[in-house]
Design a protein around this ligand. Structure first.
Ligand SMILES: [Zn+2]
Length: 346
């Protein structure tokens, strides 16, 4: 073999190794999920401890544009971890605020992954993409991937299909449905006074530390748009949920929801249906009605994959990444829409 030929082969081998190692590094990047068995373990889904360490590492790796913080504590003392993403992240600038929430409901594990991966994507692409840099520079984005850490932990360790938080109701039943515990129209249709019910609304509005933490946090930062991720059904839902009557800003919220659904479909061809929340079923005391009633800003629930009860809440790990991928442009669209508010008001 000629010397030049040998060098070519060696070069090819070398390039092969470099590619292999760089792809291994990518696989271990904090954005790609942790497949190392933890205790407890949820496979490629994140446990509470893993969310905590991912957000911590993520903020440390991007400290000029990310801040890792807690918005309050759960009933059992776990932090409701949040990451704030913005330029001049340590100061409260005069910029529109957008919020992404996950896992009000414990068993809806995919609802943790989507906002968490969006946080990773935003931070990892700040330098590479002018669109992302512009968004981060002009807005303040808050991401809270796990609003119900006690329930999620219980879902990982004891009962995969657990929904509520872990309140001891004192009668042998456990849990309050955090997404029926907000104060606006609390106690109305689609919530239950029965402590054993999956939709038990609690003894009074904001009886739970998790919803009080969300209330205080959201009241303080006054978002201009919010998405609360849930699963399953593939829907983009907007207020009202407690009544079939249209909300005053239905036209705007429906139009934004339709665009988000179009953007989702454009990625993998998966249909998410835009609708008023009450079109699914009436639900009172949820996050979106409360925030919309308070601030009159677009406030969405996105019900993620799958469409139907099989596989329902137990979405295969192979669908985590595509579910994130299709939801990314929808979230970016809503967050960028906030910037247009600034221009139109000037
Ligand atoms: Zn839910």
């Amino acid at each position: 073999m000629a010397k030049g030929e040998k060098m070519k082969i060696l070069k090819k081998i070398l390039v092969g190794f470099v590619l292999l190692f760089s792809s291994l590094t990518l696989m271990n990047s904090i954005c790609d999920g942790d497949d190392e068995p933890g205790d407890p373990d949820a496979g490629l889904y994140h446990t509470y401890d893993e969310v905590q360490s991912e957000l911590d590492s993520l903020a440390a790796a991007h400290e000029s544009i990310a801040d890792f913080t807690s918005i309050g504590k759960s009933l059992q003392g776990r932090d409701l971890w949040a990451i704030k993403i913005s330029d001049n992240v340590q100061s409260d600038e005069d910029e529109k605020v957008g919020v992404l929430l996950g896992a009000h409901h414990a068993r809806e594990w995919i609802s943790v992954e989507v906002p968490l991966k969006i946080a990773c994507y935003l931070l990892d692409n700040y330098d590479a993409q002018a669109q992302i840099k512009n968004l981060i520079d002009q807005t303040e984005i808050w991401i809270v991937p796990m609003v119900n850490p006690d329930g999620h932990h219980y879902s990982v360790t004891s009962d995969r299909l657990w929904r509520k938080n872990r309140r001891n109701n004192g009668d042998g039943s456990y849990g309050v449905d955090l997404n029926r515990n907000y104060s606006y129209q609390w106690g109305g249709p689609g919530s239950s006074g029965d402590t054993f019910s999956e939709t038990y609304r609690g003894p009074e509005p904001f009886s739970e530390p998790e919803t009080r933490a969300c209330r205080d946090f959201l009241t303080n930062i006054e978002p201009s748009a919010l998405i609360s991720y849930h699963s399953y059904s593939q829907l983009v839902l907007f207020p009202w949920g407690y009544t079939n009557s249209p909300a005053p800003d239905k036209t705007l919220m429906e139009s934004l929801a339709k665009t988000m659904a179009d953007k989702i479909k454009a990625v993998h061809g998966v249909t998410y249906t835009p609708d008023q929340a009450s079109g699914l079923y009436l639900a009172s005391g949820d996050t979106n009605d409360w925030l919309y009633a308070l601030l009159r800003v677009p406030s969405y629930t996105i019900e993620l994959r799958p469409r139907s009860s099989y596989p329902g809440f137990v979405l295969p790990e192979s669908e985590i990444q595509p579910t994130f991928e299709e939801n990314l442009p929808a979230a970016l669209f809503l967050l960028e829409w906030m910037i247009s508010l600034d221009t139109s008001s000037q």
